[in-house]
Design a protein around this ligand. Sequence first.
Ligand SMILES: [Zn+2]
Ligand SMILES: [Zn+2]
Length: 281
Amino acid sequence: MPQDFTLHTHTIGCDGKNTPAEMVARATELGMQAIGISNHFIVHPKIRESNFYPHAVRGGYSQIYSASFDEIMARFVPIYQEIERVAKNAPIRVLRGLEVDFFPDDKWRQNFERAIGVLKPDYLIGACHFIEYGGGLRNVHDMANANPEERAHMLNAYWGKIGMAAESGLFTWMAHLDLPRKVGVGIGDEWRIREYDTIAKLAKNNTPIEINTALQPMPYPSHRILQMVARANLPVLISDDAHRVEQIGRFFDSAEQLCTQVGIKNRLSLQKILDFSNKTL
Ligand SMILES: [Zn+2]
Ligand SMILES: [Zn+2]
């Protein structure tokens, strides 16, 4: 039996295509014992000045980016109320999460802690979709378009930020560790040491990771990283990163096989996630 809960999912109000009620109905149909909705929590004062922002506007998902905490809270409060409402009548457990873009500065952290004090999420997924570079925000597409030297600087900043997110102690687990692989960046063997350092930081701070089946045929993170994860005995869970009902539980079977193949034995249970959250949130 593959993992029977899914906690990394997105709904309308964010960049997902279905309502919380539709997502819960599908998870129930698949025999899941729990589903968590974890919409993007991305706040940065310069977010609208970035290269990617016009693409997000054209793609119709720019609402997921906020320039202030007040702005994001106004958006999240009704989303959380709706999830709460659906949870009350659901036959399975429904949790409220956030997929958070971490920014390593004191002001961000202060505001973030204020926000989670209001929202009271059940768990927090740490993510790094953006890095601060050259005075602005950059994403993986900027990395792909950069010259090799700049790309290497950005990728270094990326791994540095994953390490800092682990050290922050804020996150229940880290999402899609090697996200730049989405655009073919960071694949070379020269990145092994940087990845190894980051896994060591995650292990030191006891921060779990996910196998994210949205990328196929090889999910995040790579085989190379998963072997390090297995050796460090980091706890692992499987995420589908579903943005629509059809994606719930996608490739969970092959992700289970992958765990066996690379020797991952430490699996993050739903109970451990809830225990972690009770302790820190
Ligand atoms: Zn993500
Ligand atoms: Zn996601």
